[in-house]
Design a protein around this ligand. Sequence first.
Ligand SMILES: NC(=O)c1ccc[n+]([C@@H]2O[C@H](COP(=O)([O-])OP(=O)(O)OC[C@H]3O[C@@H](n4cnc5c(N)ncnc54)[C@H](O)[C@@H]3O)[C@@H](O)[C@H]2O)c1
Length: 441
Amino acid sequence: MENDKSKQSRRDFVKQGTMIAGGIMAMPLVSNAGYFNSVDDTIKVAVIGCGGRGTGAAMQALSTKQNVKLVAMADAFRDRLDNSLKALTKGDEGNVKDRILVTEDTKFVGFDAYKKAIPLADVIILATPPGFRPIHFEEAIKQGKHVFMEKPVATDPAGVKKVLEVAEIAKKKKLNVVVGLQRHYQTSYRELYKRVKDGMIGDITSGQVYWNSDGVWVRPRQAGQTEMEYQMRNWYYFNWLCGDHITEQHIHNIDVMNWFKGGYPVKAQGMGGREVRTGKEYGEIYDHHFVEYTYADGTVLNSQCRHIKGTYSIVDETIVGTKGVVRCGPAEILYKGKSLFKFDKAKENEPYQNEHDELFAAIAKGEYKFEDADNGAKSTLTSIMGRMATYSGQIIDWDKTLNSGLSIQPKTYAWDAPPPVLPDENGFYPIAKPGVTKYFT
Ligand SMILES: NC(=O)c1ccc[n+]([C@@H]2O[C@H](COP(=O)([O-])OP(=O)(O)OC[C@H]3O[C@@H](n4cnc5c(N)ncnc54)[C@H](O)[C@@H]3O)[C@@H](O)[C@H]2O)c1
């Protein structure tokens, strides 16, 4: 039974990570649902990476029922930060203007901007390109902050390993961590998952997952840019920043299979290439990947992702079991063509908003509820293994990859420092070649 001594105010909970880190607090964490009598119930947020998603996530955090204030913003570039703040304050998407307390003194720009913004807040939104996620996540947890971080959470095995290590520290400090794999926060997926867990489709034996689309933006090279600035702006096409589209986008679908299966593949093999998107503005990434993942019990996942205009578009997941098939798009479970369950789409929620609703509600109640980093890291690794498989044409093993220490990050983060991949004299970047590119000897 809870007694007065064990009661912990919401403000204390918000701050507690720092105290545990300093070794001050020895008492166990308790939940105090509805306990709101602290003087100040403000939950302060900082956003690191103020692009499309950082702005969206900040808006969602500020749109929750809690007393959330945006107090600091950090971006590599001043213009991106300014545009984000403009979008947040113009009020088109909802009135959150009065929840924005960002001043000139709490706007930070450059590679070190995150270090200055993190201390000012209780909850940190991490929404830069994923190459930076491991170091930003590490800093946020070190400073005892709750985190919302976008997927993917790394672009290479060393980054994944780091996130897994930091995830353990977050658990010890009881810091909530939500990863933006929003299907986990979407009602239809939760309803399907519940039924799969309860045995409706028997044992899962295979799956097919897809992210086939036209592709995304290109940010053309501008006169006067250093190579580092160019790659930072046009980040989608450089693996150290993006991880290729199999990691950056298709992770959502691969993750659904991992989630429903309750595990991660032990190996991957596949094929891919650059068929259409061959210009220098497309950096070093492929435009299609097809990967066969095998789980420990022999279950096979076929994964396909494509960025080619004028081709069949599909973003979806199908999970096949011994007693039924889940079709995630239509949110239906079937057996031999007969419907066993169909989710009523009228009951669908807005998963991007729900991620924040649930996270901030938990923080306000003093609950430790979310530890998404471990799964976020492992689904990220699954997608990275797919990339390594298509680039090399070899079988890529889970344990070997995770423990490889393979890093594709630059040695130095500075505008005049060389990024890890450089163009040739005609502006073209080295492209992985199956049969030639090797990861393990
Ligand atoms: N969950 C989803 O459905 C979803 C949707 C879109 C994007 N995302 C993810 O969100 C992340 C950001 O994507 P986006 O579409 O917003 O890209 P974006 O280019 O619009 O924004 C990224 C921002 O980060 C800034 N940035 C880059 N390096 C930085 C650094 N070291 N420190 C501070 N700021 C830095 C950039 O200047 C830019 O403003 C990616 O990981 C992406 O995969 C997730």
